[in-house]
Design a protein around this ligand. Structure first.
Ligand SMILES: O=C(CO)[C@H](O)[C@H](O)COP(=O)(O)O
Length: 331
């Protein structure tokens, strides 16, 4: 199947590569010309701009936008809508706020263009591991795009089937789910990321307590000098707290047990804040997720080992390099 892809950063570029490897045909564009040339050398067709990209696709077209949430995505969706036609589909695969999706889907519907929001999890590992996708939008368009989702998804892999699911939609076991109407894909991904904050914070705090067990403030016979890298490794194997995030902790700690490559100033790109806002709207008591968000804010003042581990996990899953943190702008 043919797909246009706009935004060839850490996620978009690998999405194009994974689709091309699976036999799909991608027409790609990014403001960064080198990224377009790299992808063209890897089997995609490069475009010179949005209009050129749309012109290189057969109708009905589908274009996947993979850009930071807020203004970059908004401007690109609007620019695409101006050159696309009724029956075409715009897919937002980034981390947009779900209320922006609801608004965009309604306004594009008036032009006959379909908007599909895809919460896409897999980070810089997605090329090899595949992407878990949470998909919102009209069923007919989501079904039409199924070959794309099937190629991007991880597949069943070695994960055993869950008993009791025999009569349910088997695409879910491949790693993608049609969650409901516009916005619902990004809403589910937003909560996924809210949970991610909480899980990351739990590891960060646990490892901080382990690390400080050699403190001279403790009685001498109660001090232990514990090996962080080995504890992360042993917990990966059969323990209750094993997880992919723990695998990433183990990789980071094996590489540099002091995490001296990280300052521990932990950024956030909006989803944790929106999760807490959703909890407030629904009057849900989300203590852990709220605390994890506020701890990131505090991390920008001084830095603990646990905060370095948070930065290390973000670098491992998303390739996020620490940078000066600025407040999230409204989209
Ligand atoms: O979606 C992701 C992981 O699932 C992205 O890596 C996202 O950027 C992580 O959120 P944050 O930047 O707020 O830590």
């Amino acid at each position: 199947m043919q797909l246009g892809i706009v935004g060839l950063g850490r996620m978009g570029g690998n999405i194009a590569r994974r689709l091309t490897r699976a036999g799909h045909s991608c027409v790609v564009w990014d403001r960064n010309e080198a990224a377009v040339s790299d992808l063209a050398a890897d089997g995609s067709t490069g475009a010179a701009g949005l209009e050129d990209l749309v012109g290189k696709l057969d109708a009905p077209r589908a274009v996947w936008v993979m850009l930071p949430a807020g203004a970059p995505t908004e401007q690109t969706v609007n620019a695409l809508a101006a050159v696309m036609e009724p029956g075409d589909v715009i897919i937002d695969g980034g981390n947009s706020f779900y209320k922006d999706d609801i608004r965009r889907a309604a306004s594009l519907r008036e032009k006959g263009i379909v908007y599909v929001d895809v919460g896409t999890s897999g980070g810089v590992w997605g090329l090899e591991r595949g992407y878990c996708m949470m998909i919102g939008g009209e069923k007919a368009s989501v079904d039409r795009l199924d070959p794309i989702f099937a190629a991007l998804a991880p597949g069943r892999g070695e994960i055993p089937a869950t008993p009791g699911r025999e009569s349910r939609d088997h695409r879910v076991e491949q790693g993608y789910l049609h969650t409901g109407p516009a916005g619902s894909g990004h809403f589910v991904k937003m909560i996924h990321n809210g949970i991610e904050y909480g899980m990351m914070q739990a590891y960060a705090e646990g490892f901080e307590i382990l690390k400080r067990k050699d403190s001279t403030e403790l009685p001498e016979n109660e001090r232990y000098s514990l090996d962080m890298a080995d504890i992360a490794e042993v917990w990966r194997r059969g323990s209750v707290v094993s997880s992919w995030l723990l695998d990433l902790c183990a990789i980071a700690l094996a590489k540099n047990e002091t995490l001296s490559d990280f300052s521990g100033a932990v950024a956030d790109s909006g989803e944790g804040r929106w999760t807490v806002m959703a909890a407030i709207e629904e009057a849900v008591s989300a203590e852990v997720l709220s605390a994890a968000l506020y701890t990131r804010f505090r991390s920008r003042q001084d830095h603990t080992f646990g905060e370095k581990l948070l930065s290390a996990m973000r670098f491992q899953f998303g390739g996020h390099v620490e940078q000066p943190v600025t407040p999230v702008k409204e989209g």
